[in-house]
Design a protein around this ligand. Structure first.
Ligand code: SF4
Length: 148
């Protein structure tokens, strides 16, 4: 992020009303669209826009290896394995390559804070741009073949 975004983040953090307003907008959008769990360290763009914090084990580098043969979760068989869903969508979007990047562990001090403001402050890694690059597609094919 830039000096400007850092200044905007610092301004928000000095003014609780502004901070809360930004966080309310972020939550309204991300809870509705992504079922966001407010981890404050968003990696949606690396996980095919499916929130990994919905996993009962909150795995940010999944899957755990306990996915049931039908793609359900071993902890809660009534739900699909979140990482099964992430993998399938990443394959469709040509973003499998992003799943090979190791994500930082969740910093629990950021739980319940605004990921948008944390991003502007440079506290968390940047967003992976949504694109289906030729390199991404080719790598996707390679990874798909390796799975077979
Ligand atoms: S901020 Fe965290 S909990 Fe919310 S959508 Fe992003 S990864 Fe999921």
């Amino acid at each position: 992020m830039s000096k400007l975004t850092e200044k905007i983040a610092a301004f928000c953090e000095r003014h609780p009303r502004v901070y809360n307003a930004v966080f309310a907008v972020e939550n309204a959008f991300k809870k509705t669209v992504f079922d966001c769990r407010e981890c404050g360290q968003c990696i949606l763009s690396s996980t095919a826009f499916i929130c990994p914090m919905r996993c009962p084990k909150q795995l940010r580098n999944g899957p755990c290896g306990g996915t049931l043969p039908n793609g359900r979760c071993e902890v809660d068989p009534d739900m699909d394995c979140v990482w099964f869903l992430i993998y399938n969508r990443a394959e469709k979007l040509g973003r499998l390559e992003l799943l090979t990047e190791v994500q930082r562990p969740h910093d629990h001090r950021l739980q319940g804070t605004s990921a948008w403001i944390n991003l502007m402050a440079g506290r968390i890694p940047g967003v992976k741009v949504f694109s289906r690059s030729r390199r991404g597609k080719a790598r996707n094919k390679e990874l798909g073949k390796a799975e077979q």
